[in-house]
Design a protein around this ligand. Sequence first.
Ligand code: GLY
Length: 319
Amino acid sequence: MKNPTMTLIVHGGAYDIPLETHEAHMAGCRRAAEAGWALLKGGGSALDAVEAAVRILEDDPTYDAGYGSFLNANGEVEMDAIVMDGRNLDVGAVAAVQRVRNPVSLARLVMTESEHTMLAGAGAEAFAREHDIPICPVEELVTERERERWHIQSAGTPHEWDGNVRLQAVGLPSDTVGAVAIDAGGNVATATSTGGTFNKHPGRVGDSPLVGCGAYADNQTGAVSATGMGEALMKIVISKQVCDLIAAGMSAQEAADAAIAALAERTTGQGGVIAVDRLGRAGIAHNTPYIAHAYVSAGSEIVAGIRGPNAPMLSEMNK
Ligand code: GLY
């Protein structure tokens, strides 16, 4: 088998990204890719790289993850995250956490320091305290933009049209973040983090922290991170589906395209995936208007972009 090419891809969500925020989405993805790539180039593991990349995206209020997450129907953040290590299929996840700045790092700690796979809510935050992960007031993760969005929505308006115009002025919804990588040793890893859906019922958990749905990584196939409407993505276990298609002989790009085609055919949902296969070949696919991403592999510069409907396949970069 050909030696794998060290590769990192990050995404900053797949949705109708407003034109005026394209720059911010690309800049954040680039910063995340720089952080992850610096670790990979220095001999770090794929797991270190995806965690570092997703932490940058969680700290950036542009995205629906960490600081800047959507608010639930109670006006509070509730975040989900997952990491998966392709070496041994180890997984760590957290769901509905409210007081942790970087849920992705808590997910990693669940993987390495507990006998469990997922911790939720108050129990996850207690675990964070036990392991000296800083706990912050829930208000610290709420941005003015999201507070305003929530107030407009919850106040209701006499004319729905007026409400929509005001919501548009606040900015259209944002989306989940994630990263996939393959390191110099040929090990793959993935991480995904989200604030979930706007105005969700408290306690709602989407696809992101569910293994095989929001993410999957297996050294025998590849690593995948998903974004989009969680209720649809989980129905087709989209990230595991991409890995299964790679196992059946597809490249990362072919598998990503086929999984998004299945999402469109079998559900009414929209979303996107990024994938890297065990050779380091990249794939990115979506049935949303746009997906924000950055890509880098050995021998190439970091490329950050907003991929639209007619964007070139990433596989062109794989030649
Ligand atoms: N894909 C993120 C969510 O639906 O929660």
